[in-house]
Design a protein around this ligand. Structure first.
Ligand code: AMP
Ligand code: ZN
Length: 470
């Protein structure tokens, strides 16, 4: 089956043809480690994980590189605020990032290069651009890339250079979407950088953000590779500038397929740190949601569509995954003899639908619909006592197969018994009565009793309550 992706560079779906048959080399822009990543960032990383897992599902050996931006304006600013050396400050957030991706069941990349470990590679690349006449040192001592020297600058974002450019020079990494100008490859040291600088042929300073991705991707993946990904906000200027630097330096096409995921939204606006409308993964875990529930929400929408985040979606994820868990519990108990032919057709058709959907630009909705169809069919056969042990095992194997991509189906996780002892329920009922009678001293006493027995009680509007094991 051919894999097809929407290639942003060409604005159309294309069959995926790897440079080396059977091997997919991909680069994904990683986190800036100055804070905990928010779940908007994780939407991008989960999309990249689905892409990676789909490539593997179709037999590709994947080499993925994800950078860690551990030096930039924000990391320097905040490390100075906390009076910590840059390395110590970023180490905390690097560690948190790796914990978070594990929680979200994101398969690790093969290499996580940190920018500060690759300064010589960046200096070499800048030197090549200087030697070839694509870069120059300005009066402010910074080295800039001259976009006039790069004839196809703007080809990814399709920006109109003629109408926008006016001798602009931009030394910060992040600039307004419509500002097209020469961008910094090397930033000369200034006071705000404190003790963060490296020596270079152009004086002390530090690399710009864009050059980091060009230098590190080419170090680990070669001068040309298959796939580059990121969120749509990375397309311009970041990815545009990466292309300009890389292709000007090597004279070769750098990346064949560009995939960009849409934003995670909150109330119609992009979730972002600067707007303050974000949840970190930890915020949601503290509300009692698991990594797999959060992953299910992030996985559930097509990567090129905006996804509106709500708490309700998380509650629904819990309910849905609970139904799959119930099915797996049920399948494990089925013991009837037989060769499993009763489900073979259903399994073949749903597996085929799943693969066809994922091969079609990661079309997640029909892929998940196939999983739901298999669940419904298996439950129906079990209701009718037509499912045999061999059939049940074949269904579980099919879900394990889907899970190579989805990574939310806990086919083999035997759940702890959730039965609550009668004395605990009785205490909870007595507490509800006490509350109703406004006898709060008694209701508090009963809550403490419950805590001692290892249960938390949560009141639900309308007088109902819910017990949870602590
Ligand atoms: P940053 O740390 O801002 O460079 O972002 C890291 C990654 O997260 C990039 O690929 C961004 O495009 C992506 N990203 C940031 N905010 C969102 C969002 N609200 N939805 C989806 N992706 C995002
Ligand atoms: Zn990048």
């Amino acid at each position: 089956m051919d894999l097809r992706f929407f290639n942003t560079l060409e604005r159309r779906q294309m069959n995926f043809e790897a440079l080396t048959a059977g091997c997919a080399k991909m680069y994904t822009c990683g986190p800036t480690v100055y804070n905990f990543a928010h779940i908007g960032n994780f939407r991008a990383y989960v999309f990249e994980d689905i892409l990676r897992r789909t490539l593997e599902y179709f037999g590709f050996a994947v080499t993925q590189v994800m950078n860690l931006t551990d030096v930039d304006d924000k990391t320097i600013r905040d490390s100075r605020k906390e009076e910590l050396p840059l390395r110590e400050f970023t180490a905390k957030y690097k560690k948190a990032f790796f914990e978070d991706i594990k929680t979200l069941r994101i398969e690790p990349a093969e290499v996580y290069p940190a920018a500060t470990d690759h300064i010589p590679e960046m200096i070499n690349l800048i030197q090549t651009l200087m030697d070839k006449g694509f870069a120059y040192q300005a009066q402010d001592k910074c080295i800039y890339f001259s976009i006039d020297k790069c004839k196809d600058y703007g080809k990814l974002a399709r920006i109109d250079r003629e109408n926008q450019r006016d001798g602009v020079r931009i030394s910060t990494d992040e600039y307004a979407k419509d500002a097209v100008g020469d961008f910094a490859l090397w930033k000369a040291w200034d006071e705000a950088d404190g003790d963060v600088y490296w020596e270079s042929p152009w004086g002390k300073g530090r690399p710009g953000w864009h050059i980091e991705c060009s230098a590190m991707s080419m170090k680990y993946l070669g001068e040309s590779f298959d796939i580059h990904t990121g969120g749509v906000d990375n397309m311009f200027p970041h990815h545009e500038d990466e292309i300009a630097q890389s292709e000007s330096a090597t004279g070769k096409k750098w990346v064949n397929y560009w995939l960009h995921c849409e934003h995670l939204m909150v109330d119609g606006t992009k979730m972002s740190k600067s707007l303050g409308n974000f949840y970190t993964l930890r915020d949601l875990q503290n509300k009692g949601f698991s990594g797999r529930e959060i992953r299910w929400v992030l996985v559930g929408a097509h990567y090129r569509k905006k996804l509106n985040f709500t708490m309700d979606a998380l509650n629904q994820a819990r309910e849905t995954l609970g139904k799959f868990d119930d099915l797996f519990d049920r399948l494990r108990t089925i013991a009837a003899d037989g060769d499993g032919t009763e489900v073979r057709e259903l399994i073949d058709s749903t597996k085929n639908a799943f693969a066809t959907a994922m091969a079609d630009d990661l079309n997640i909705a029909p892929a998940l619909a196939a999983a739901f169809e298999l669940m419904r069919g298996a439950n129906r056969l079990a209701d009718e006592q037509k499912l045999t042990k061999a059939g049940a095992q074949a269904v579980m194997a099919a879900f394990r197969d889907f899970d190579r991509v989805i990574a939310c189906f806990d086919v083999d996780a035997v759940r702890e018994s959730v039965a609550i002892p009668a004395e605990v329920t009785a205490l909870a009922e007595a507490r509800a009565e006490a509350r109703k009678a406004k006898n709060f001293a008694e209701s508090d006493r009963l809550r403490d009793e419950l805590t001692k027995l290892g249960y938390a009680i949560k009141d639900i509007p309308g007088g109902a309550w819910e017990l949870k094991k602590l």
